[in-house]
Design a protein. Structure first.
Lengths: 115, 117
């Protein structure tokens, strides 16, 4: 069973519209939760990082929320642009005694923004 | 360079061939990670280096997979006797500090797309 599940699997929206992507995780305990953007043929790029004590983090038009009680996170994109077309991946960093960041990735939501 | 560099970008191998994938991390980055990303899936952890020490190789799928980072900078992922199920994108990431810091960001390369025929 995936420890990080994302929905929807894919999404099409019109340019200028808002959208919200969902992430449910079972990883526990965890150190932090991250959202990454991955353009086709590129490596993932970090958008936001939230520790378990934070419940919201913004990066320009991207706003991530975290509810550690329900183990849910969301990524809200405001006023979408064509360049937002990409996969958005929810990533959980478990709290490990080894101390390094052994990230657990969701399968991603593939977003297509159409003009 | 300014970012993590991986080569080659694309590799086609016949089943049974050995391949070597290279990763040049950001200069000065202590931590280096290898991931495997199947089509339509998120990356999955393969192995972790702290400088030249391979501290975790629990994600390597089989003993055909081998990684090294002999001088604590460039790393090579080697796959022996490739199989069709090895076809995937192999991503390398590096981070500046040692692990355990909440805001320790991993910077990814563009990956090597391996196709085994």
């Amino acid at each position: 069973k995936n420890q990080v599940e994302q929905s929807p699997q894919s999404l099409i929206i019109l340019e200028g519209k808002n959208c919200t992507l969902q992430c449910n995780y079972t990883v526990s305990p965890f150190s932090n939760l991250r959202w990454y953007k991955q353009d086709t043929g590129r490596g993932p790029v970090s958008l936001t990082i939230m520790t378990f004590s934070e419940n919201t983090k913004s990066n320009g038009r991207y706003t991530a929320t975290l509810d550690a009680d329900t183990k849910q996170s969301s990524l809200h994109i405001t006023a979408s642009q064509l360049s937002d077309s990409a996969s958005y991946i929810c990533v959980v960093n478990p709290l490990l005694s080894g101390g390094y960041n052994k990230l657990i990735f969701g399968a991603g939501t593939r977003l297509a923004v159409h003009p | 360079g300014a970012g993590v560099s991986q080569s080659p970008r694309y590799k086609v191998a016949k089943r049974g061939q050995d391949v070597a994938l290279r990763c040049d991390p950001i200069s000065g980055h202590v931590s280096l990670f290898w991931y495997q990303q199947a089509l339509g899936q998120g990356p999955e952890f393969l192995t972790y280096f702290q400088n030249e020490a391979q501290l975790d190789k629990s994600g390597l799928p089989s003993d055909r997979f081998f990684a090294e980072r002999p001088e604590g900078s460039v790393s090579t992922l080697k796959i022996q006797r490739t199989q069709q199920e090895d076809s995937a994108v192999y991503l390398c990431a590096s981070s500046l500090a040692l692990g355990g810091l909440a805001k320790n960001i991993q910077y990814f390369g563009a990956g090597t797309r391996l196709s085994v025929l």
